[in-house]
Design a binder for this molecule. Structure first.
Ligand code: ATR
Length: 269
């Protein structure tokens, strides 16, 4: 049977095996998908060992997405733009690196939440790896504006420089949290602040009634960002939908079949 896995450290909490098992069952694909704890200093060796065992592909999670980017000998356009890899494909061409996180985010917003991005004002909080992967997929949906706000403004400005020539000219701009101006239709928290139960210091005036506020994080309780957004009229979502959608995109890349996601997402909730 074709073998897949997810590499991370820690990895015990990963929901990916359940998600991919559900996709495989629903699409009639014969495969196995397991968790692999890669040592912090031996990610490449862990991948090579899996390939030697006949592995066909893998997902990569924290903290190995940059290493996976460096390890791949070929990259998809979106992995190149993201500067990070969350999906590996092993075949006769070697190791191909892809990044399905941004596509997963956009699918969750447009298909699951039912909110079109085209013509909308989008605020992206953060400018690290998670934010960077989201920029190109968002721009491909032609928002009216994409404002990238970050604690370190220079990092957000660097993203503007990178993406202005890739469809972001006149659309994408950068600022610090205090400099955020106006209301937004979609606000995405791509900072890691929620991990420390922290709230990026954004003005409440970014939200209007019905703004979609999405935190890439998820947990048992709504994040502080989700609580803040909901208190100011936003419709809130956590990162579970994005998780399932990025998995579906990876599954499609590996197997050539696109699994339905609604049932899997409902079961995870
Ligand atoms: P990830 O891969 O999760 O994106 P990262 O590349 O380390 O991780 O990026 C973390 C992001 O969260 C950055 O945008 C960081 O802001 P800085 O660039 O100023 O460091 C942001 N971040 C982390 N903790 C934060 C906090 N407590 N408040 C606001 N932003 C925070």
């Amino acid at each position: 049977m074709d073998k897949y896995c997810v590499f991370g450290n820690p990895i015990a909490h990963s929901k990916s095996p359940d998600i991919h098992a559900a996709f495989a069952a629903a699409t009639g694909q014969q495969l196995t998908y397991e968790k692999r704890l890669a040592p912090l200093d031996a990610f490449a060796q862990a991948v090579q060992a899996f390939i030697a065992e006949g592995g066909r592909g893998a997902n990569v999670t924290v903290p190995f997405k940059l290493e996976a980017y460096r390890l791949a000998n070929a990259l998809t356009v979106r992995a190149q733009a993201a500067g990070a890899v969350n999906t590996l494909l092993f075949d006769e061409h070697g190791i191909t690196g892809d990044n399905t996180d941004g596509a997963g985010l956009v699918a969750d917003i447009t298909a699951n939440a039912g909110v079109p991005i085209a013509g909308k004002r989008v605020l992206l909080l953060g400018a690290g790896g998670a934010a960077r992967g989201a920029v190109l997929p968002i721009l491909e949906h032609r928002p009216a504006a994409l404002v990238i706000a970050n604690r370190t403004v220079a990092t957000a400005e660097a993203l503007v420089q990178q993406f202005a020539p890739l469809g972001g000219e006149g659309v994408v701009s950068a600022c610090g949290f205090a400099g955020i101006d106006g209301r937004f239709d979609i606000v995405i928290n791509a900072t890691s602040a929620s991990l420390q139960a922290d709230l990026p210091p954004i003005p409440a005036s970014v939200f209007r009634e019905g703004t979609l506020a999405l935190d890439m994080m998820y947990g048992k309780e709504p994040t502080v960002f989700m609580q803040f957004a909901a208190a100011h009229g936003a419709i809130v979502r956590d990162g579970l939908g994005m998780l399932v959608e990025q998995a579906a995109e990876a599954f499609h890349g590996w197997r050539g079949v696109r699994p339905a996601t609604a049932e899997v997402l409902a079961k995870l909730r």
